[in-house]
Design a protein around this ligand. Structure first.
Ligand code: SF4
Ligand code: SF4
Length: 346
């Protein structure tokens, strides 16, 4: 088995929203009281993991977990994690602000990235989230985080947008509004994935995505130029985004990935109750509670092996898995760094 590099940990199934785009809806609607892993159990899981490059702390709404800071501390201590990515809907503003500040204070040396969702301008966003006022709530949190970003350069705040056919026309006006009016570190749209709560929502067609992606690239250049990083870093990062956007187009057109998906080998998913999946869209292949908290033993087990074989030619547009896949494939990495355009323009 290859060395595990990234873990996606869904720390809770509780959520204060019911977004129509949510691919995790089936889990969120399950019994919210179902026992979440305790801190002691999480510590046992982390103790059995190798050094990890990054942890994505997801949910549900992760800030609903009272012990979120402690969870981050466990993984930093046990797995020497240098970067934590926390997607939040941003509506629990006080918790997001206080929790982020505490993580940054208690865990120096850690890079913390918060992703907040905006799926369109106000009425479109609120319609997709199914909650009036959610646009205003999320941007209020993004704005309130600006002083914290100044105090802690290790904090980055990004806006993410799930692009479906329904909100496609809003994505560019939204990109422009964010560039002009929101003090954040960047904006990253990606196509709808998985089976959303609203089955009527569809991802963009490949040609629609290509057109949108080409128009979004200047915005990525804008955010990179503001990043304060070197010109070389920005040039390579721009190439990576362009390559990733090309991969999305390829997958939306029904094409396969040009590398083996790293799900279950380089990257895996831990559920709130200890279930383990190869990726967010694959079935549970075991539970750490029944495996002496040894997540890697589950990934080496027969169910995971079966699932891995079944998913050999699988493709999707999940950025975490695609980015890890690019980094794990010398050919794809070279093509992405060199700024190959074929996938987006082919
Ligand atoms: S997309 Fe996120 S915020 Fe929305 S319902 Fe799903 S878990 Fe909650
Ligand atoms: S391509 Fe990888 S991450 Fe995507 S659904 Fe298939 S196995 Fe999961």
């Amino acid at each position: 088995m290859k060395r595990l590099k990234d873990l996606i940990f869904f720390v809770t199934r509780r959520c204060n929203l019911r977004c129509r785009t949510c691919f995790y809806a089936g889990e969120i609607d399950r019994d919210p009281a179902e026992a979440e892993l305790t801190l002691a159990e999480i510590d046992k899981v982390a103790a059995g993991l190798p050094r990890l490059d990054s942890l994505l702390v997801s949910g549900g709404e992760p800030f609903l977990r009272e012990d979120l800071v402690e969870i981050c501390a466990i993984f930093q201590r046990r797995c020497r994690i240098a970067a934590i990515h926390l997607p939040s809907n941003g509506l629990l503003s006080e918790r997001v602000l206080a929790g982020s500040a505490e993580i940054l204070r208690r865990l120096p040396g850690l890079r913390l990235t918060l992703s907040l969702p905006l799926d369109g301008l106000e009425s479109v966003h609120d319609g997709i989230k199914g909650a009036a006022g959610s646009f205003r709530g999320t941007i209020a949190t993004a704005r309130a985080l600006a002083p914290l970003r100044k105090k802690f350069p290790a904090l980055r705040v990004y806006i993410i947008t799930v692009a479906a056919r329904e909100n496609l026309a809003d994505v560019l006006p939204l990109a422009e509004w964010i560039r002009r009016d929101l003090d954040v570190d960047g904006h990253g749209p990606s196509p709808l994935r998985g089976r959303p709560r609203d089955p009527g929502l569809r991802p963009p067609r490949a040609d629609e995505w290509r057109e949108l992606a080409a128009a979004l690239l200047p915005y990525h250049r804008h955010w990179l130029e503001r990043s304060g990083r070197s010109r070389l870093h920005n040039a390579l990062a721009f190439h990576r985004v362009r390559y990733l956007y090309g991969l999305y187009a390829r997958v939306l057109a029904g094409g396969g990935l040009p590398f083996a998906c790293p799900a279950g080998e380089r990257i895996a998913v831990l559920e709130p109750d200890g279930g383990v999946r190869l990726c967010e869209l694959s079935p549970v292949v075991g539970n750490v509670r029944a495996a002496a908290y040894d997540l890697r033993a589950i990934l080496r087990g027969p169910e995971a092996e079966r699932e891995l074989r079944a998913r050999r030619s699988c493709s999707c547009t999940h950025a975490c898995f695609l980015e890890r896949g690019i980094r794990s494939s010398p050919g794809a990495l070279a093509r992405s760094l060199l700024g190959r355009r074929e996938p987006l323009h082919g």
